[in-house]
Design a protein around this ligand. Structure first.
Ligand code: SAH
Length: 288
């Protein structure tokens, strides 16, 4: 079978068609069956970074259950008549228990609804998507997973930070600065992490940043290692702050980074002067 792009284009030409003949609404998207849950990543924020399957799910669902980190601007594409439910914190109240959200998904799907569970970034990157699917599987609810662009990769790209670059790092570590109890995760081997990779991408790390920095320095990480904090990545209010590992405490005394934020340790920040492309004019565009 011919699969490379050149032969594909040639076969279209032979058949009298050409690029441009296809329309998205004519595509054979997978059918969103009643009683199913689609667990979908909405991307880091900018609406244009969602996937076609995410868009399709918004057209086909009966109910959307979305998280706090989902940019509400994308909900305008949810089909008219679908119900929109919020599953995050509300007015300072604690967030609903994970079990309660899973129960809600199970109830909605059991009543025959097409349930779109919409999460920020990628549902399996520190998004508890695995836990939700475990509950669904246990309850016998069929589900599909639609990955999304995670903030720790796509969000960094909007700040001119390549997660890998052959001249700086051949590996990257993703970690969370928070465990289920809200504390700095005790079961991360900070000394091993400090040594293992030139670049460490940290989610939910602002709250315990001072402690985390200490653990990484104790693990042998150099004080001069650059630390970059990208807040509201891919959004018009994106901000980037830069310091070094050794200067974190002074930095935090003078600055309060906005959240959500990704914290990156490592020299990929040295590419920023060249690669930072998301300027104030581009930020005016509401799609991305
Ligand atoms: N599943 C999500 C992560 C959920 S955990 C993903 O794949 O991106 C929540 C953390 O994600 C936040 O505390 C923050 O560290 C990060 N995050 C999510 N969206 C972000 C954004 N637009 N800008 C910066 N950080 C973001």
């Amino acid at each position: 079978m011919k699969t490379d792009a050149k032969s594909k284009l040639e076969s279209w030409a032979e058949a009298g068609t050409a690029p441009g003949f296809a329309r998205l609404d004519g595509e054979a998207f997978p059918v969103f069956e009643p009683g199913w849950v689609w667990l979908v990543g909405a991307g880091p924020g900018a609406p244009g970074l969602m996937s076609l399957l995410c868009y399709h799910a918004m057209q086909a669902c009966d109910v959307v259950v979305y998280d706090a980190l989902v940019n509400p601007d994308i909900l305008r594409w949810v089909r008219l008549g679908a119900e929109i439910q919020y599953a995050g914190k509300r007015g300072g109240k604690p967030s609903p228990l994970q079990r309660d959200i899973s129960e809600r998904l199970i109830e909605l799907a059991s009543s025959g609804k097409r349930v779109l569970r919409l999460k920020g970034g990628d549902p399996f990157m520190f998004g508890r998507g695995g836990e939700e699917c475990q509950h669904l599987a246990k309850a016998g609810i069929p589900f599909r997973i639609v990955p999304g662009i995670t903030s720790g990769v796509g969000g960094l790209a909007y700040a001119g930070l390549p997660a890998t670059h052959r001249d700086t790092n051949h590996s990257v570590i993703f970690l969370t600065g928070h465990d289920a109890s809200g504390k700095m995760p005790a079961n991360v081997d900070w000394a091993a992490v400090a040594r293992a990779s030139p670049v460490i991408v940290m989610y939910m790390a602002v709250k315990h940043l001072s402690e985390i920095a200490r653990a990484l320095r104790d693990g042998g990480r150099a004080d001069r290692d650059p630390l970059t904090i990208v807040s509201n990545a891919t959004m018009p209010d994106q901000t980037v702050l830069e310091t070094t590992l050794g200067a974190v405490d002074e930095f935090l005394a003078a600055n309060t980074p906005a959240t959500p934020a990704i914290v990156v340790l490592g020299r990929i920040s040295e590419w920023r002067p060249i690669l930072d492309w998301y300027d104030s004019r581009l930020k005016e565009n509401p799609i991305g």
